[in-house]
Design a protein around this ligand. Structure first.
Ligand code: NAD
Length: 293
């Protein structure tokens, strides 16, 4: 136990199992009181009627920490607001939001059903937006009342969203959206003392076990110390960043940047574009390979 997060209050979404569970245990180990959120759904997002958050709360309490169960669907706007309210009512405030909940329905693009697209986009993108929207409004109100809270948001992107992943069009689009949301939220909320970063984790969980050879894959808890530090008051100078974590290696992800450019000085003629664009493409670095390509 350290006191890195002593006196701070956290929400971790999707914390009943996998990476979110590891984050919740780690934040509690460093002194945070934790709202352990989990809707309790299958890997494909179907209801199971179970609340794995309860056993995580029991583990935290058995280790001497403070935690409470929340069973919100994080992509439901009103339930996300009630989750933020629960943290404030139970523990007296909110300092840390770890957006982690999500599920996959992997398909090649041409086989993807409309309903699969909607469900995966909803759980990741709206499931990040809704808690962030309500927590952000609370932090703005606190800052305006002279009670700025050194608040920290850690979102969950993915290598699939940053480099792309064959067979995961929908998931990759959602996770790329989370990376972009992180950049904008960091700019908008900085004035209230809030930092917003994202991680791209790697771990052997039910999400990866079916899809890849996970025998040498990192463990969920390998991701959590970096989340704990980003959640601390001392991390106030790091914002708008995406950090990949793979076992013992953390990598700063560099996003879209302006590359080679040429100004025609007038509107381009279509017939000129081919040679000019090929020349520019040859000047820049090759894109990183898409996972599974
Ligand atoms: N495992 C990896 O290698 C990996 C890689 C990159 C990104 N990620 C991301 O990390 C996060 C955690 O993944 P994991 O591997 O631990 O998966 P997991 O399936 O083990 O855990 C996800 C948890 O989220 C919960 N959940 C799903 N929808 C929810 C909702 N609407 N509201 C509340 N809870 C909900 C589930 O019940 C589950 O307990 C996800 O966002 C995932 O996309 C994982």
């Amino acid at each position: 136990m350290s006191n890195l997060l002593e006196g701070r209050v956290a929400i971790v979404t999707g914390a009943g199992r996998g990476i979110g569970r590891a984050h919740a245990l780690e934040l509690a180990r460093h002194g945070a009181a934790v709202v352990v959120n989990d809707y309790g759904v299958s890997l494909a997002g179907e209801g199971t009627g179970e609340t794995p958050a309860e056993s995580v709360v029991a583990e935290i309490e058995a280790a001497g920490g403070r935690a409470v169960v929340n069973t919100a669907d994080v992509a439901d706007f009103d339930q996300a607001e009630a989750m933020v309210r629960q943290a404030i009512d139970t523990f007296g405030g909110l300092d840390i939001l770890v957006n982690n909940a999500g599920f996959v329905r992997d398909r090649m693009l041409v086989n993807t059903a409309e309903e699969e697209w909607d469900a995966v986009i909803r759980v990741h993108l709206k499931g990040h937006f809704a808690p962030l929207r309500h927590a952000g409004a609370y932090w703005r109100a606190e800052a305006k009342a002279g009670r700025e809270r050194a608040a920290r948001v850690i979102n969950t992107s993915s290598g699939a969203g940053l480099q792309g992943s064959v067979g995961q069009t929908t998931y990759s689009a959602a996770k790329a959206g989370i990376a972009a949301m992180t950049l904008v939220a960091a700019q908008e909320m900085g004035r209230y003392g809030v930092t917003v970063n994202a991680i791209a984790p790697v771990a052997r969980t039910r999400m990866t076990e079916g899809a890849f050879d996970t025998s040498a894959m990192a463990l969920p808890e390998d991701n959590s110390p970096i989340v704990a530090w980003l959640a601390s008051a001392e991390a106030g100078d790091v914002t708008g960043r995406v950090i990949e974590i793979d076992g013992s290696t953390m990598t700063v992800e560099l996003g879209w940047r302006h590359g080679p450019a040429r100004d025609a000085g007038r509107r381009w003629e279509a017939v000129e574009v081919g040679p000019a664009l090929r020349d520019l493409l040859a000047q820049g670095p090759d894109p990183e390979p898409v996972y599974g390509a």
